[in-house]
Design a binder for this molecule. Structure first.
Ligand code: TMP
Length: 263
């Protein structure tokens, strides 16, 4: 499918139009940002790993009945996705208290929550993605009550599935962020809510079960080093990267030649 005009560039991804108005190309960049763009760097290979990890996770969720925007991964950095009208909300799901939750409420770092905690943040960089309530969402028409009901249900189901996927490979799913959109389903002639964006170590907190070593973007946020090695470790444990591959040795300026295992 031909790549056309760039229609959106975010911090970690670019969206391009294609010849089909309902299908976009999602391109994963190597750029890493934190603290609302105050901290920026290029992390060579991150885009390739997130593309592959996110493809694996969204496909696994799809196999379990979760509707997603993903059509297929087309190369090392790109996926074809269904165009969706994205809700201006970040949906955060937490299993263990850390990050902004502990800062905001003084909850002890590392506390296992009695049940998954759902939070909503407004997607607005200028305002620093403020936390909002369901009342704000309904009052300002950012989504309908029915949409939120359906999204909350989907988020809890996704949490259950992801907890299992990661637990099986010795990783605790601490928290993560989801985005959703509405797409037109031609076959069923109706709009439906789909999981959009990505699920990767950029958008999750992942801790090793035994050592609690961070295998996610906190390595960048907190200057812990070995970011790529951590993302690579997640891919390796998911079984989508051969044991012997060392991404550091791959020249990312050349056409990429890492061989990922087929699902
Ligand atoms: P927080 O503790 O900083 O609120 O983050 C909660 C989770 O959401 C964490 O896994 C990181 C993820 N997240 C994003 O992916 N993008 C964002 O813009 C924010 C604020 C959080």
């Amino acid at each position: 499918m031909n790549k056309r005009k760039k229609i959106y560039e975010g911090k970690a991804k670019i969206l391009y139009e294609t010849s089909d108005k309902n299908i976009l190309i999602q391109h994963f960049k190597d750029d890493a940002t934190a603290y609302n763009n105050l901290k920026k760097a290029k992390v060579e290979g991150k885009g390739v790993l997130n593309n592959r990890i996110s493809e694996y996770i969204l496909s696994s969720l799809s196999d379990c009945g979760i509707k997603t925007h993903l059509i297929k991964r087309t190369n090392m950095r790109e996926q074809l996705i269904h165009k969706a009208e994205i809700f201006p909300i970040e949906f955060i799901i937490r299993n263990i208290a850390t990050g902004s939750l502990t800062k905001r409420l003084g909850v002890t770092e590392g506390t296992t929550l009695d049940r998954p905690l759902l939070e909503y943040c407004l997607k607005n960089d200028e305002l620093n993605d403020p936390i909002i309530s369901k009342e704000h969402i309904l009052n300002f028409n950012w989504a309908s009550e029915e949409d939120i009901k359906q999204i909350d249900k989907m988020s809890l189901r996704i949490n259950d599935l992801l907890l299992g996927i990661f637990r099986a490979i010795g990783i605790k799913l601490v928290d993560f962020k989801l985005e959703y959109g509405k797409t037109y389903n031609k076959n069923e002639d109706k709009y439906e809510i789909v999981l959009a964006d990505e699920i990767s170590p950029d958008t999750c907190r992942l801790w090793d079960v035994k050592t609690e070593k961070k295998l996610d973007k906190d390595r960048f946020r907190k200057d812990l080093g070995n970011i790529i090695e951590a993302y690579q470790e997640v891919a390796r444990r998911l079984g989508i990267m051969p044991e012997e591959t060392n991404i550091k040795e791959v020249n990312f300026n050349k056409k990429l030649s890492i061989k990922f295992k087929k699902r």
